[in-house]
Design a protein around this ligand. Structure first.
Ligand code: PLP
Length: 275
């Protein structure tokens, strides 16, 4: 599988998390960098996008060797990067594309442009190519909120409603709304909606419920989940099966690494990917 994402030198999130995830899933990882970040357990210091021409030549170099079985897309710093990625994936007819619509780090630092012109660009180029979008609740609200303002819709806050608006506006055939930030102290529930291509109706809903793991070591959970789902697709699983596989992989990693004491007081330790 190919991951297109930002670098996290602390090894919890970003391209480092994606490569470790793929390795533990028994999948070969290729990696194209969109940005360098400066960060550690205390938060993100700065973000440095890779120049669009360099992003394009990395993607071309990988694609010329062969189109990957699946693609995971994480941090996209700006509009130019989104357009380059969409163009190359379209020209090589890439399939099984999982997009984690990363916007803001847990520590509150912006990782991607998320204004109206960025969201219009994503809707018009990259998101329609995605097999699956994996927003957390905040990201789903932001994506659906913008869509609703363009479509002059009243928005309901259920994951199913948010997914339907996201599908309609951004064109991706399936949306997984992650409930990790929902505030439920006992459970974390993610809900995936798959849509029928022709009629805009929801085809299927899947619920993925797990006991919430109490830990400070949660930096990178979104990256690991989307990569593990991409690995499941690369291995030939159906989408629902791949999401179930990704959830189990993430939960196991959270449980195994929950008690490590790491980093600076008050910060978030990385999701430990060790065997
Ligand atoms: N840094 C990079 C490079 C990322 O790709 C991401 C998330 O995708 C993050 C940081 C944010 O991770 P978290 O919100 O878990 O801190």
């Amino acid at each position: 599988m190919l991951t297109i994402a930002g670098s996290d030198p602390s090894g919890g999130a970003g391209i480092q998390a994606d490569i470790k995830t793929a390795t533990l899933c028994g999948v070969h990882a290729m990696s194209v960098l969109t940005a360098l970040t400066v960060q550690n357990s205390a938060g993100v210091g700065s973000v440095h996008p890779v120049a669009p021409d360099l992003l394009r030549s990395q993607l071309e170099a990988v694609m010329k060797d062969g189109v990957p079985d699946a693609v995971k897309i994480g941090m996209i710093p700006d509009i130019d990067s989104a357009l380059v990625i969409a163009d190359v994936l379209t020209r090589y007819n890439a399939k099984n594309i999982v997009v984690d619509p990363v916007m803001v780090s847990t520590s509150g630092h912006s990782l991607s442009e998320s204004d109206a012109s960025m969201l219009d660009t994503l809707a018009g180029s990259l998101y329609p190519l995605a097999t699956l979008l994996t927003p957390n609740l905040d990201e789903a609200r932001k994506l659906a909120g913008y869509a609703a303002s363009c479509l002059e819709l009243e928005i309901e806050q259920t994951p199913q409603f948010l997914s339907a608006v996201i599908h309609h506006f951004y064109g991706s055939p399936a949306v997984l709304v992650k409930g990790g930030h929902s505030g439920d102290p006992q459970f974390s529930e993610d809900i995936m909606s798959e849509f029928d291509e022709d009629c805009e109706e929801i085809n299927l809903h899947y619920h993925y419920k797990s006991l919430r793991v109490e830990t400070r070591n949660s930096h990178g959970t979104g990256c690991v989940l989307s990569s593990a789902i991409a690995c499941g697709l690369a291995k030939g699983m159906q989408l629902h099966e791949a999401v179930k596989f990704g959830k189990e992989f993430l939960n196991t990693a959270l449980i195994l690494g929950k008690d490590y004491v790491y980093g600076q007081p008050g910060g978030h330790g990385p999701l430990f990917l060790i065997v």
